[in-house]
Write a protein that binds this ligand. Structure first.
Ligand SMILES: [Zn+2]
Length: 74
C-alpha cells in the first residue's frame, strides 16, 4: 500500500498540509490545498512558482490543471 503521507507535504519546502502557513483552498483546510500538481501539493504561491520554474528547468513543465491530490469523495 502506498504511503500517501509524503504527498501531504509541500513539494518544495516540505511544510505539512494543515500548517497555518499552508495555503488552503478558500482558506479552509477541509477544502484541501490551494496549489498542487500531479505530483503533490504546494503550500503557497511562492512555492508554486518555484516548483513551476524547477519543472521547466528539468524539461518537464507542468500541465495544468492536475487532478486534486486529496479527493473529497463527492
Ligand atoms: Zn512550500
Amino acid at each position: 500500500m502506498l504511503n500517501r503521507v509524503s504527498q501531504r507535504r509541500c513539494l518544495e519546502c516540505g511544510r505539512p498540509f494543515g500548517d497555518p502557513d499552508f495555503v488552503s483552498y478558500s482558506g479552509r483546510v477541509e477544502n484541501g490545498p490551494a496549489y498542487w500538481t500531479g505530483e503533490g501539493a504546494l503550500c503557497s504561491p511562492a512555492c508554486s512558482t518555484a516548483h513551476f520554474k524547477k519543472r521547466e528547468g528539468e524539461g518537464r513543465p507542468l500541465t495544468m490543471p492536475a487532478d486534486e491530490p486529496f479527493p473529497k469523495g463527492r
